[in-house]
Design a protein around this ligand. Sequence first.
Ligand code: BTN
Length: 251
Amino acid sequence: MKKENILKKLKNKNIDIILLDLVDSTNDYLKQLAKQGVQENTVVIANSQTQGKGTRQRKFFSKPGGVYLSILLKPCLMGFDATLITSMTAVAVSDAIEQISGKKPQIKWVNDIYLDKKKVCGILCESVISSDGKTNYIIVGIGVNLFKPTSDFDDSIKDIATYVFEEQNQNIREEFISLLLENFFKYYNTLPKKSFFNKYRECNLVIGKKVLIDSVTEALALDIDDDCRLIVELPDKTKKALHSGDVTVKL
Ligand code: BTN
């Protein structure tokens, strides 16, 4: 894979790409680079990870076949909303999957993408806050099972994970990464307009379903508001807007 092939298809020329074969975690690698002062819009892409991180300290399956990438953002606004960036990223990745394969993914609030009721992508947005409380930078980590993993999925996830393509193909991989980055920066550069929002809501598979929040609280997912918060109704009929949380839904 060549970074020139990815970059030449991008309108935004202000992006720096670092390609790695193997890394512990692209998020952690980029965090170190950010401390050293690399530019905003630096993107680290790896073929596999030894310590791929998921949300809630979970491991993320990161064997060859997937696309594991992290994007460095340096928003200077106070209180920049990680929920919004995660949701926006989910739409950017869904669009790229649809553009490259014609398949229509669904989004599971807040950070998972599904194909045929199985997870195909996870997003981990980490923000690093400076001592004065202003957000210093945000690292958006995206893991997509683009191809069937050469060594197959681990037993623990093989019934709940899927991939976009059966056969590995470097041209498709480059094209997919270009599409993903193009979509990502298109939405990011117009974030206040929230032009991704309608799609985020329409493609979300939780609305109207019974969900389990953080493995304990049963609720009915009513809607997603325009701050991308999940509106749920609790058993006592009170309503709550969730910014984040682990939501399980029976598919
Ligand atoms: C999840 O599903 O819980 C989120 C998974 C996020 C995985 C990506 S892969 C690239 C980046 N580097 C990491 O260590 N994690 C994210």
